[in-house]
Design a protein around this ligand. Sequence first.
Ligand code: AMP
Length: 341
Amino acid sequence: MSTSISDYAIATIGSHTALQILKGARDEGFRTIAIITPEIRPVFESFPVADELIEIPSFADYFSIEEELVKKNAIVIPHGSFVSYVGVEEIATKMKAMYYGSRGILRWESDRSMERQWLQKAGLNLPRVFTKPEEIDCPVIVKFHGAKGGFGYFIAKSPAEFYERIKEFPGQNDYAIQEYIVGVPMYVHYFYSALTGELEIMSFDKRYESNADSIGRIAAKDQIESGIRTSYTITGNIPIVVRESMLPMFFKIGQDVINTSKLEGAPKGLFGPFCLEGIIDPNLNFRVFEISARIVAGTNPYIEGSPYTALRYKEPMSTGRRLAREIKQAIEAGRLEELLG
Ligand code: AMP
């Protein structure tokens, strides 16, 4: 394998965190490729982060151009939209292009019960889960599998209320019932270097969700009278700086997740960017309801770096750029293979 970054390109699908990833890769000196659809073209013509645009009719057609990526020696960076359009199984079994990260981990992350097993092993404080609606004895949030961006989740307080609300989703049997945690949402963005074994906190965010984040603008009486249902559809991300005394806890749980990540089918474990998603209750317990084992969109506000990366780096360091720097250092040290899953 070549040890010169000019022999490689960084490529990803033009959505989610693609702007940040490609800008970061460019700032580190890489040639960049955006895989786009006709609707997305204007975005990439306006924001000049890609040296090359490869157009496909839909992101689901990724495999029709993969050969081209292989010829260009492109390293593909997975993000949320990439995983959802290309598919976990296809990535694990069919993908031929160089893939940054551990494909085996994707399987653990995308299956709710495997994910829970992993996070339990790491000792995290998880919300209770209910295997049967009859067990509901506290407020719960019901999440449909594969629900795009939190759309359609609902809250119930009893089995009766659950059965009443589920009527609105005929034929949908694939859901998870989780204890609803009252507190503030918090998403922690980490980067774990497979090269140095160091864990970094890059930034924090919360999501801006419709209509959950605007229900408080209506009086409770009007909410009840108009029968408003809460939904959690993501529309954007809001930066957060956390209470500094919570940082040791965030470092510890991030490390615990890394330490337990050499899971079956994922011998290299988790490395690169990842995110723990949870709610902080009034007693400052961080109740984790999900892990994303890849870059998350909550890092997008920090294209010019975050207050935390400013403490560690002299230049603006986004998560996308951090990732490109890791790849660059691996290439130059002849260790790229270690970052490819
Ligand atoms: P998710 O799709 O699991 O990332 O959840 C979407 C949104 O639902 C989150 O951003 C939270 O606002 C909310 N949420 C998810 N799980 C819980 C929970 N266990 N307790 C309270 N709110 C939650």
